[in-house]
Design a protein around this ligand. Sequence first.
Ligand code: ADP
Ligand code: ADP
Length: 230
Amino acid sequence: APLLSTHDLSYTYRDGTQALRGVSLDFGLGAVTALIGANGAGKSTLFLNLLGLLKPSGGQVRFQGQPLGYKKSALEAYRQRVTLVVQDPDRQIFYARVADDVAFALRNLGLPDAEIQERVEGALRATGTEALRHKAVHSLSYGQKKRVALAGALALRPDVLLLDEPTAGLDPAMTEDMIDLLGQLREGGTRLIVSSHDMDFIYAVSDHVFLLGRGEVQASGAPADVFRDA
Ligand code: ADP
Ligand code: ADP
């Protein structure tokens, strides 16, 4: 079974908006899957369903072949395996200092201090933010904050990392750094799902692309194929 997949997934908001209409996606078709589509296509709604933050109106999200459980304890365990990095890092700052911020989710889990320290060190190293560890998060550049937010997610050692617009707001040099960093994560075995409007970025990082439109899958394939037909 694929690590993460959706099966005829539908989602309708309270006001009747049908944001997803029977979406079946296999996130095991590549190490890095890109989600593209115009504003309103349903990308955010899909992410929220993949994270278990919204419960499908129809169909299923499956992890390791099993339908997600929506009880609190099952979701807490699941969210260590499938983790989100939000688009705007200013919305994901938990603590003033970088090292404490990166440790936030691990402290919440009640892990032993030695393990927290080891994981935080690993996450800082992986994101090239070791030198920032004692700095105040608010003093960092936007690109540095994005790296610190990513470090916080990596510290959980998830199987799947969802990244919402990872290059939005980054200049070309920082975008190159982000591409390198995602390449390293991929080599390390983390599966990545990226939502992005940046076609050059998607071309550089992804193996498989799903094009969403009006809540449906409109194309699925290698970037070169999807972009040629789009
Ligand atoms: P995308 O992330 O691709 O821009 P969304 O998942 O945000 O797409 O939106 C899909 C559809 O659902 C759009 O028509 C949007 O207006 C609608 N939508 C999103 N959030 C809500 C909400 N909280 N209540 C009602 N409709 C919503
Ligand atoms: P949304 O409501 O879709 O999350 P935002 O209003 O948060 O959008 O951000 C709009 C755009 O500006 C996004 O591309 C976001 O990445 C970028 N952005 C947000 N904050 C900053 C910042 N401090 N510096 C540079 N770009 C930013």
